[in-house]
Design a protein around this ligand. Sequence first.
Ligand code: 5GP
Length: 120
Amino acid sequence: MDIFCKIVNGEIPSYTLYEDEIVKVFLDVNPDANGHSLVIPKKHYLNLYDIDNETLIHIMDVARKIGKLLEEKLHCSGLTLIQNNGSIQEVKHYHLHLKPQYENKQELLKVEEIYNILTK
Ligand code: 5GP
């Protein structure tokens, strides 16, 4: 079972920002930027070629909502969406990276601190 399936079933903890029946959003354990988050389907799909359109649309809808949350709470100035497939994909469970961008260089805070800012 891949790491993200284990996060979905609660075997591995995560700093969860949002979840519903179809998706889960949590903070990346090794962030490139403060607020770096991952949107994953709860059902296992390998990658872009494996996932169905309906789930993809829902993932994008949720990405929009979380993007607004990151903007509002962390005051980022932009948001980059990345989704790796094939040999460059480290975790073999579809996931969309939400990477906030900042105008000024930010010190990377602990994931827990970012979680507290985003959820209070
Ligand atoms: P990929 O290269 O597959 O697109 O990126 C996988 C991402 O998952 C990386 O940014 C990595 O830091 C993150 N990641 C890997 N294992 C875990 C984990 O156990 N928990 C969380 N929250 N993120 C993880």
